[in-house]
Design a protein around this ligand. Sequence first.
Ligand SMILES: *[C@@H]1O[C@H](CO)[C@@H](O)[C@H](O)[C@H]1NC(C)=O
Ligand SMILES: *[C@@H]1O[C@H](CO)[C@@H](O)[C@H](O)[C@H]1NC(C)=O
Ligand SMILES: *[C@@H]1O[C@H](CO)[C@@H](O)[C@H](O)[C@H]1NC(C)=O
Length: 463
Amino acid sequence: MARRCCRLRNILICVCTPCVCLALLTIYIAVMVNLNMLHGTIVLDSRQGHHFVAHGTLKNANFASFPKTFWKHHLDGNALWNELQRAIDYSFNPILRPGQTKARSTRSNYEESLLRQSFSEVTSMDEMRKIFENFPAQIKEFVGYMQRRNYPILIQPDGVCGTVSKDEKESPLILLAIKTTEYNFKNRQAIRQTWGQVGWLVGHKDNRSSEEVVGGYVHRVFLLGKEDNGELSVDVSDLLKAESSHYGDILQWDFKDTFFNLTLKDVLFWSWLSNHCDHTHFVFKGDDDVFVNTPKLVTYLQDQLKKLRANNSLKDFMVGEVIQSGQPNRRKSSKYFLPETFYKGLYPLYAGGGGLVYSGLLAKRLHTVSKTVHLFPIDDVYVGMCMIRLNAAPVHNHAFLTFDFPEKEGEDLCSYHTILMVHKRSPEQITSLWADMHRTQKQCQAVPLRSVDKDSSSDKPTT
Ligand SMILES: *[C@@H]1O[C@H](CO)[C@@H](O)[C@H](O)[C@H]1NC(C)=O
Ligand SMILES: *[C@@H]1O[C@H](CO)[C@@H](O)[C@H](O)[C@H]1NC(C)=O
Ligand SMILES: *[C@@H]1O[C@H](CO)[C@@H](O)[C@H](O)[C@H]1NC(C)=O
């Protein structure tokens, strides 16, 4: 009896040990893969900032620019942009194609050829051609030019880094980069005379001791395309040249300045910045109809600079009014309208384009990663798409009001002292607000920045 028992045990050991080992190995692999997908990101080369972000990292399961699972080649349903980007993301998937990701750093034209290749592959599919035919004219035009980014510079600042005051001893704290158009001279002038003045700016002191000097250099550059020179348009290019030689803050490229071309201002600006102004600590990027509380912004950014350097996260820093789970606008009459056949899914986390701040270091990384993201017609959403591919997220700050004050709050005496920026204000309003700010300086000296959300964030307009 005992002997039989012993034999049985031997058999069990012989048969089961390999099985158990194999099972454990399988479980281990499955757990590791899942962990990577759920929490992890696979950082390939942090020096270059190329990351692969596994789908599970995204909080929202409906977000569509990544395939649902990392091995899945085709997405459900057809949307042109999703299909185009899927081809690129697939190429940079290190689990499936470890070789490709290395090739990227050695071949400089690699990204460009990849964008072109995915574009011709996807647009030659019969379904996609049918989809294209049914696009509204504006989207058709966008798609027709979405491969092109190499527009020449027509006018640029003489000095490095936009308008510079003489004898600057340290790197600029903020470069103000303002989207504007040829005809908006009045907006530019209001900004130059008020919140956009360049040079050394003393920050807001709040309750600091009087010896402590908070300040920094502010630079300025305006970003423009070209006015559509249709038969009826008025040519103001000579005036713009004169303006440029007077103020030295004009950066203009040779593309048509339309709403769906705004993304070009981001990618071309990043490229310019990488070549001419890569030592600026921060970039404020905004519209020409915003009001900025520059003294408070200087203080805020000086504080951030210290903190971000201490925890080594300056390279990821972006702040603004963050929009979460934004839905593509499906109303045909809206200027934001995108049909479901163009883009499917929610938008990634993004900071409203009316006014936001990011670090110079992040701008350089955005420049690199943007070469692997197809242009998207809505500029701030595009920046969000680049951000997730860098495994970075914008930080929300209640002092950025891209949708204006919530009801009545703007009427308080000190309301403009509690914010860093607000959208939309006319040139006249900008000038009078700036004067008001100085008038109420004493009374409002100690008010802190807005920090609690007084409105519920659920009723944000969708873009
Ligand atoms: C300024 O006052 C606030 C509270 O009102 C306080 O939290 C902060 O530490 C003070 N700052 C300085 C530099 O004393
Ligand atoms: C963008 O600019 C290019 C170059 O000027 C132009 O051909 C194209 O039509 C513009 N795209 C849109 C959507 O307006
Ligand atoms: C680093 O500091 C900034 C500013 O205080 C903060 O927002 C951020 O969460 C910190 N990041 C890390 C990784 O601790």
